[in-house]
Design a protein around this ligand. Sequence first.
Ligand code: PHE
Length: 330
Amino acid sequence: MKNLENYMLKATTLEALEKVRVELFGKKGLLSKEFIKLKDIPGREKRAFAENLNKQKASLQKSFDKHYETLKAKAIRALLLSEKIDVSLYSNISNKGALHPVTETMDKIIDYFVAMNFAVHNGPMIEDDFHNFEALNLPTHHPARDMQDTFFCNDGKLLRTHTSPVQIRTMLKETPPIRMIAPGSVFRRDYDVTHTPMFHQIEGLVVDKEGVVSFANLKSILTDFLQYMFGDVEVRFRPSFFPFTEPSSEVDISCIFCEGEGCRICSHTGWLEVLGCGIVDENVFKAVGYENVSGYAFGLGIERFAMLLHRIPDLRTLFEGDIRLLEQFE
Ligand code: PHE
């Protein structure tokens, strides 16, 4: 029996010990075989033989249990060691965050204009009538002032409906030459697949001495900018109207989905409207007390650009915070 115990202790892993357990304690194991002998042992000796066998079995079982616990503890220690992580170690976490497509698009646009020597300006989101409308040559009864479009506050202030008031604030603060962009949130009472009540715009304004800034300058920089954003597209300037620019223009690019062939997204026109611009109206310069200057201005909706660049079909999904949408932009 001492030999059996030594034999058992030679098992150094739980698997090896399990094999030994079957050999010793199993149905066809060594101990069972000993017990079978019982039936051939004469009556007088039977009892002593059985008692002895039981005692040895118990002792063997005890050694087995003890050895099992030792090996199990050893196995757990090895497992813990193999799974050890150094939390102070720098690592590449796989589920890292990413920029929101609107932020990413905004950054890309800002990068362009900063490289073109534009300064970045900011203005308040809660504006007053003067900066948002009056100084921008929006007459008192202009439909853009309508309750339908504008969020008014109780104190007569309003949520800016565009980034154009930053033009006014910048001109009131500085003297020409001015070369600035103004990115930021704007608010309008609108909600459908291409409109959300809060969205983002980038405004651009260049002012210099009379005769220095022309429509040709505006055309050339916006054409270059749109090709930087969308690649090899055609750019078209269409006459339009804004109260704060004269002449005014809306700018289209050839449809990036059908390359001008005509598809559902461009309403079969082959063109996508992407921004508004023009030569700054004299009345705007009057409102800020500028004389003998010339300038151009432009404004664009960032979501529109993000939607086109990423082929996002419903603008509202950008602001629902659904992780399944956002995960696509990692
Ligand atoms: N503010 C205009 C809009 O929100 C865009 C614009 C800006 C047009 C500057 C011309 C010049 O639609």
